[in-house]
Design a protein around this ligand. Sequence first.
Ligand code: FAD
Length: 463
Amino acid sequence: MLNDTQIQNFKSTLRGALITPQDANYDEARKVYNGMIDRRPALIAQCVDTADVIAAINFGRENNLTLAIRGGGHNGAGLGICEGGLVIDLSRMRSIRVDPQQRTVRVEGGCTWGDVDHATHPFGLAVPTGFLSTTGVGGLTLGGGLGYLTRRYGLTIDNLLSVDMVLADGHFVTADANENADLFWAVRGGGGNFGVVTSFLFQGCPVSTVYGGPIFWPLEQAKHVMRFWRDLILTGPEELNGWFGFHTVPPVGMFPAEHHLKKMAVITWCYSGDLNKAEDVFKPIRAVAPPAMDFAGPIPLPALQSMFDGLYPPGLQWYWNADFFNELSDQVIDLHIQHASQLPTVHSTMHLYPINGAAHRVSQTDTAWSFREANFAQVIVGVDPDPANNERMIQWSKDYWSALHSHSAGGAYVNMIMDEGQDRVRAAYRDNYPRLVTVKQKYDPANLFHVNQNIKPTELVPT
Ligand SMILES: Cc1cc2nc3c(=O)[nH]c(=O)nc-3n(C[C@H](O)[C@H](O)[C@H](O)COP(=O)(O)OP(=O)(O)OC[C@H]3O[C@@H](n4cnc5c(N)ncnc54)[C@H](O)[C@@H]3O)c2cc1C
């Protein structure tokens, strides 16, 4: 138990705020994106700079507190917050500096991807990221980072040049290809296991306006469309990306009323090549079957990346299930359609994200992210505003996942799973796991940073 003097002393070392359960803004400060997560930390340190982060880590370690690191707060399992303990909240560390000459982007640890898009777009640059703008740079990057530019420019970590970090012992280090190279290898996929990243340095990619957006097809066409997409996305030009989803059309103004609440197959496209060629690229896509709705066209990348923010506001209930797949056989496609036709709530969905092209040109051992040969990341999420629907949507998500798991590559993307136990963490890293343990033993031997998909320093002694 901490006494008031200890807390006041800690508070006086911070430039940012220290929030306790007695404060009026405590409930707001402890909220995370997934409304299913309801944890009550003892302290939330809203750090504003690296000195605050150092103070918070030292205070947590010296007082044996559970430590959680909060970036964007989006993690499905709620790994940005803890029960009791101290949250190192980076959400006030949001500065970004673009270097247009070097085409690099320096991003503080608490930024969201919307912050990054806003800062880079005027320079005609983008960092490969995810499909919503409200997701945090911290968690998404450290877990790998899948998005619209994956086929062309690789995972987010493939565009990471360097990180500034505070380690468990309170020391500040830089990790890149030359300095602390073992740490740099580990943070590219190994999550928040090794310390608090106070800033990321990314390579910017020359992407500005793209041709993209969702095209919807009736569920009756799903088998045909899904097979077409599978073949196209494995072989088509790397400038073309598109993730496949099953959705219920929300009853909102942007969709014609006759489609409201119908279940549909949706591919959300992003073509980042020559815009003059885009209509030709999309001709076979539009010819595969008559679309029910077609929203694809020229669009600034930040607008595409924030297109679904309004449909998925913070606070909904989310239950995640995920796996990687090397291939999608016709049998697997049939199973998808069987389960997708039972989407349990309007927000619930299944997505398949392609992972080939540039992401495959990085080897399995170059970064901690192991599944370089996988072609698809599948995620099945039960989502709804009302907790009363949780049981139903969780069961649907579990049943759907179970029906497909034996066809999967055997592991899942760590950023898209819940708290599923150590076997699933090991399965996510496969042969890279022992090397991650070695790095963990060196940089965080006492496992101070364990509120994550945890690499356990004591789990095995690598030979
Ligand atoms: C609606 C939605 C859409 C998504 N879309 C995508 C997508 O398109 N592509 C994709 O790859 N993923 C996607 N994700 C998954 C996402 O990558 C993870 O949820 C990720 O954990 C979110 O990072 P965060 O910083 O927002 O989360 P947080 O909950 O803040 O943190 C998650 C984990 O990362 C650690 N962490 C965060 N910041 C730091 C830091 N600076 N230093 C050290 N550790 C840190 C935390 O300790 C925690 O363990 C999506 C998630 C949601 C909810």
